[in-house]
Write a protein that binds this ligand. Structure first.
Ligand SMILES: *[C@@H]1O[C@H](CO)[C@@H](O)[C@H](O)[C@H]1NC(C)=O
Ligand SMILES: *[C@@H]1O[C@H](CO)[C@@H](O)[C@H](O)[C@H]1NC(C)=O
Ligand SMILES: *[C@@H]1O[C@H](CO)[C@@H](O)[C@H](O)[C@H]1NC(C)=O
Ligand SMILES: *[C@@H]1O[C@H](CO)[C@@H](O)[C@H](O)[C@H]1NC(C)=O
Ligand SMILES: *[C@@H]1O[C@H](CO)[C@@H](O)[C@H](O)[C@H]1NC(C)=O
Ligand SMILES: *[C@@H]1O[C@H](CO)[C@@H](O)[C@H](O)[C@H]1NC(C)=O
Ligand SMILES: *[C@@H]1O[C@H](CO)[C@@H](O)[C@H](O)[C@H]1NC(C)=O
Ligand SMILES: *[C@@H]1O[C@H](CO)[C@@H](O)[C@H](O)[C@H]1NC(C)=O
Length: 398
């Protein structure tokens, strides 16, 4: 890494020279121009997308700046701090929902233990973390804190919670991936005791979905859009897929369900711009469950125009390809920057698809959610908060 080490020192110097005032503590500027040519003798080739890009070999977690405009996202004092940790258990994986009135973040784990076709009781566990307790604890120290998360006890027909958004008319809105012949579904969950649940969709004209993965509401409407990859089959807890990998639109007032996009390997995260005119769908095709990882498949965010009348997804184009892991959860901030959970942390692209920075963890960050305290990151065995300046979209109209 000799050649790059020199570049790294230059890069740090650049931060100091032009962005001292605005640079968050410990942030590293990685000027792409310094890394465009590394030479044939380079010894750090990344021949696995599981390895992160950390050319300055800095100690994670830290902020990587690929374009100075990222400092407008981070603000001057952003730091990445752990707020919960359980090294033995992947408790924080999917479906983050922030409920501002309660100042709670709800989320689910991967599967509550070994995924099995018939293992009924290892429901994907839904938990919550109290951000008021997080704020109070963070104020008492400059380091990490470990706030106890609380497990919800949802009804037995809510299995394998894999995606979520809201609040939707006051409720959490989850998608479940189903388990065995229990159908995947969209379910409303009361965010307060007794956490009662109501399934609002569990089939497409009598056909089971494959294993629903994520959901968003089109801004300014109450129309739901959700993704349906075959991960239930690929991970051994659902039968063979019997529908293509598609994105669906559901109008809960009329009950109409229809397909708005197809031609994915494994459609995963979904998001809209604040004006509702543009949609993003991530494809984690690179991760194939029992078919294993294949780096020739997508780790890609596709962008679409939302057709104003039909709300079909039109004019598909590549928005960004992630250099690490695959983009899973995706959230936009109010400026239209696109934040996605990837293999080495959170990647942030501006609205033109330029990678401007990363919240670099050196481990998988599958999901993220904006809260009053900042950006909360789900990283399997740990949760983090970054007190960034950018603010997330809200569903204020509902
Ligand atoms: C690469 O290493 C070889 C063998 O040590 C050396 O001869 C060559 O000059 C090096 N090339 C560059 C571009 O540094
Ligand atoms: C991948 O890179 C590592 C070190 O960078 C090397 O040891 C290994 O042989 C490489 N594997 C392939 C398949 O290129
Ligand atoms: C459920 O998970 C526990 C550990 O979390 C594991 O010991 C048990 O085997 C799992 N059961 C099934 C049916 O998957
Ligand atoms: C969160 O913690 C605060 C501070 O202790 C407490 O006042 C509040 O009731 C808690 N919220 C919930 C939903 O438990
Ligand atoms: C869920 O059940 C467990 C075990 O009975 C209990 O400890 C926990 O407090 C319950 N969670 C909530 C949010 O009530
Ligand atoms: C929970 O129960 C209350 C009282 O019956 C009901 O009004 C509410 O709609 C329920 N919420 C959900 C999400 O099922
Ligand atoms: C990856 O997928 C391509 C295209 O299907 C296939 O040709 C190749 O053999 C696969 N590689 C591995 C390592 O499975
Ligand atoms: C990043 O994680 C890998 C294991 O995934 C580890 O080998 C490496 O030392 C870590 N790098 C740093 C800088 O912590």
């Amino acid at each position: 890494m000799t050649k790059l080490a020199v570049g790294a020192i230059l890069a740090v110097a650049l931060v100091t020279a032009s962005h001292t005032a605005a640079s968050p503590p410990g942030a590293i500027y990685i000027d792409p121009l310094l890394y465009n040519v590394v030479g044939a003798n380079y010894t750090e080739w990344r021949n696995s997308s599981a390895i992160g890009f950390n050319p300055t070999n800095s100690t994670p977690p830290f902020i990587q700046v690929f374009d100075p405009s990222f400092l407008d996202v981070t603000g001057p004092s952003a730091t990445i701090r752990e707020i919960a940790s359980n090294p033995g258990f992947d408790f924080a994986h999917e479906a983050p929902i922030y409920v501002p009135d309660l100042n709670l973040v709800f989320f689910s784990n991967t599967g509550g233990g070994t995924l099995t076709y018939s293992g009924w009781y290892n429901n994907s566990v839904v938990s919550m973390i109290n951000m008021t307790l997080v704020d109070e604890a963070l104020a008492r120290t400059t380091g990490n804190v470990n706030i106890q998360v609380q497990t919800l006890n949802l009804s037995d027909n809510v299995q394998m919670v894999n995606g979520g958004t809201g609040p939707y008319r006051g409720d959490l809105l989850f998608v479940t991936a189903g388990r065995a012949l229990l159908p995947p579904s969209i379910v409303r969950v009361n965010p307060s005791p007794p956490y009662n649940t109501t399934v609002i969709l569990d089939n497409f004209l009598g056909r089971q979905f494959n294993s629903l993965n994520d959901i968003k509401i089109l801004p300014g409407t109450d129309i739901m859009f959700f993704t349906d990859p075959p991960y239930g089959w690929l991970n051994g807890y659902r039968p063979e897929p019997m529908l293509p990998s598609q994105v669906y639109r559901f109008d809960p007032s009329t009950g109409q369900v229809r397909v708005v996009a197809d031609q994915f390997v494994n459609p995963n995260g979904i998001a809209f711009t604040p004006d509702g005119k543009t949609a993003f769908v991530t494809d984690t095709g690179v991760f194939g469950g029992f078919l294993e990882t294949n780096q020739t498949f997508p780790a890609t965010i596709y962008q679409f125009d939302v057709e104003p009348t039909t709300q079909s997804f039109m004019n598909r184009r590549v928005f960004a390809y992630s250099d690490s892991g695959a983009p899973d959860g995706i959230q936009l901030d109010t400026k239209g920057n696109v934040h996605a959970g990837c293999g080495d942390g959170i990647h942030v692209w501006n609205d033109e698809g330029t990678l401007i920075g990363k919240f670099y963890l050196n481990s998988t960050a599958s999901q993220l959610i904006f809260t009053k305290s900042g950006l909360v990151i789900l990283a399997e065995t740990a949760m983090y908060v970054v007190n960034i300046q950018a603010r997330g979209m809200t569903l204020a109209t509902l």
